[in-house]
Structures are given as structure tokens and as C-alpha cells.
Ligand binder design. Structure first.
Ligand SMILES: [Fe+2]
Ligand SMILES: [Fe+2]
Length: 326
């Protein structure tokens, strides 16, 4: 498989698990084709090119010729310069033992241009996840706008070249697979919760702890699935998988509407800011937080399984919890 073929397969996996319908994604892509026509400079057009077929701006080949063959992949939740140096050390060892070197680094969290695209996946997906929960689209859209802008501004000041430059200097191709994977995690958790129909928060925890990745995490880390607002006996009420996909945490001001308009009783997230937790408490919303690394690994697992099926050797590191999907 070439790097480009792998990239296309990853985007297909993400689309299949997208909370939006195929028609929604089509409409979203159409609006991009219109936006492309208005671009003037070659640089703008070049940067936009992937957006014409890939709806996920945080999923990109950061470095590497697209035609390169992929045989051995290092998969990690975060790949920074230190991980690329680790890969290069591992390759020395592997080659000395007659093994094929790692020829691709695959990160979950976005780096470089993929991090620059984080804001681009927030609006459409988060509005849809909350619409399915019962929050009107106009409310989410308006509340989310300031947060999307904040994310854009904070990323604008980041060193987006750092990891990309390290990959180039070490000549290790690098791909980031972010929302494509988070969509999978969203679908898996939703399916498990819908099947278990938990009555209390403890039953939510019990249902999630049956997922192999969280069970595996529990050997290293207490309470990988943690009740952060509410108590084990609290009634769960209507449960939403709120904080799993759509780039990054949304604007927690939406919680008021999730509770009072949509009647949500419990959210499941994979990490939560203090402001988010305080607003959950204020609006009497229960919150269950499922271990971040295990949750992101659940999202990446269909990609890892696809690569293994295609005969690619996968080496995991950087927080990746390699466990079968439920
Ligand atoms: Fe994630
Ligand atoms: Fe994450």
C-alpha cells in the first residue's frame, strides 16, 4: 500500500463513522468547492486542495512522498520530535537484526498543517452531535462560534513547523489521523451505551469498563472511567457521548441548553476542562470521563486493524493502548 492509498482509506473509515449523514457530508463538501473557487493565490489553492475531497482538516500527510510504500508503521497518540528520534533509534536496532525499518509514523493528535485545521472540524460535527441530542442547531452554532475562533487563534501562534521539520530531517513520513479516529470512538461508545441502557452512573461505568481498552488501562491507572460530576447512585437520565468527536472541547456554555432544552442528564467525555466541570455542576449535569488515551486508542483501532489486515506491521507506542474492539 502506498502512503496516499493509506491516507484515502483512513478518510473513508472516518466518513463511515461520521455522526453526520452522507447527505450532510456532501453538502459540507459542496460548500468547500464554492470556497475554493474564490481563492486567489497558488499557496491558498495548494493548501486547500485536500479539503476538496477530505472533510477532515485535522487528518493529513504532514511529511512524505505520497507514492512511498508503507510496510511498517509506528502508531502513537502523540508524535513529536522525541518520538521521531525514538523511531530512528528503533530502526537502527531493527536493521541490525535484519528487520524492515519503520517507514511511517502515524499520530492521532494533529501536528503541523493538521493542527492548523483543527478548527475546521469543530462546527459541522459538534452542531450535528448536539442536534441528535436535541439541542437546536441555531443555539449550538451561535454558542460554538466564539470557541472555534479561540481555537483558531491559539493554533495560529503555535509552532506548526516543529514536528514536520523533524520528520523531514529524519526522513520519516508522518500522517495524523484525528477526527477520522474520534468518529470511530464516538460510534463505539454510543453503541455500547445504547445496548447497555444504564440506569445509574455506576452502570455507565460498568458498561464502559467491559470495553477491552479501558479494562487494559485499569491495570496501570485507577478508575479509567471516572464519575467527575455526580455519584455512583445518581440516575443517569438521557445520556450523550458529548466530548468524543468534533476536534476539541466545544464551548461549555452549551451545557445549559443540553440540560434545559434537550433534557440531557449525563455526558460522556474523554477529558474535561475545569470550566466545563464547573458548568456541569451548576446545571446539575452528570459527567463521566473515560480515559483519554484508551478512548483515542479505541478510535484508532479500526485504522490499526485495517493496516494489519493489509499485511502492514504495526508497532504501538506513545500512549496507544492496543486492544480489540468490543
Ligand atoms: Fe481524539
Ligand atoms: Fe485526544
Amino acid at each position: 500500500m502506498t502512503l496516499e492509498e493509506l491516507y484515502k482509506k483512513v478518510v473513508e473509515i472516518g466518513k463511515k463513522a461520521d455522526p453526520r449523514s452522507a447527505a450532510d457530508i456532501k453538502r459540507f463538501m459542496k460548500s468547500r468547492t464554492e470556497a475554493y473557487k474564490k481563492l486567489k493565490t497558488t499557496a491558498e489553492k495548494e493548501l486547500f486542495r485536500d479539503r476538496l475531497w477530505n472533510p477532515y482538516d485535522d487528518t493529513r500527510i504532514i511529511f512524505g512522498e505520497h507514492k512511498r510504500k508503507v510496510g511498517v508503521v509506528f502508531v502513537g497518540i502523540d508524535i513529536g520530535t522525541e518520538d521521531l528520534v525514538l523511531i530512528s533509534q528503533l530502526n537502527e536496532l531493527r536493521v541490525s537484526k535484519g528487520k524492515k525499518p519503520i517507514d511511517l509514523a502515524m499520530a492521532h493528535h494533529p501536528e503541523g498543517y493538521a493542527l492548523g485545521g483543527l478548527a475546521g472540524v469543530m462546527d459541522d460535527i459538534q452542531v450535528e452531535v448536539l442536534r441528535q441530542a436535541g439541542v437546536p442547531v441555531n443555539i449550538t452554532e451561535k454558542i460554538l462560534a466564539s470557541r472555534v475562533r479561540d481555537v483558531e487563534i491559539s493554533v495560529h501562534g503555535d509552532n506548526l513547523h516543529h514536528t514536520m521539520d523533524s520528520a523531514r530531517l529524519l526522513d520519516i513520513p508522518l500522517i495524523c489521523c484525528h477526527t477520522v479516529a474520534d468518529n470511530n470512538a464516538f460510534q463505539t461508545i454510543t453503541r455500547i451505551i445504547e445496548k447497555a441502557m444504564p440506569h445509574t452512573l455506576q452502570e455507565v461505568v460498568d458498561a464502559l469498563m467491559k470495553i477491552p481498552a479501558y479494562e487494559k488501562a485499569s491495570h496501570h491507572f485507577e478508575r479509567p472511567v471516572d464519575i467527575q460530576v455526580g455519584s455512583p447512585n445518581s440516575r443517569a437520565g438521557k445520556i450523550i457521548v458529548g466530548g468524543f468527536t468534533g476536534g476539541t472541547e466545544g464551548n461549555p456554555d452549551i451545557l445549559e441548553f443540553a440540560v434545559n432544552v434537550a433534557g440531557v442528564g449525563t455526558t460522556i467525555d474523554m477529558h474535561m476542562s475545569r470550566k466545563h466541570r464547573e458548568l456541569s455542576e451548576k446545571h446539575r449535569l452528570n459527567t463521566v470521563v473515560a480515559n483519554h488515551m484508551a478512548s483515542d486508542s479505541i478510535g484508532m483501532q479500526p485504522i490499526v486493524d485495517m493496516m494489519r489486515k493489509a499485511g502492514i506491521e504495526v508497532i504501538v507506542g506513545s500512549g496507544y493502548i492496543d486492544a480489540p474492539l468490543p
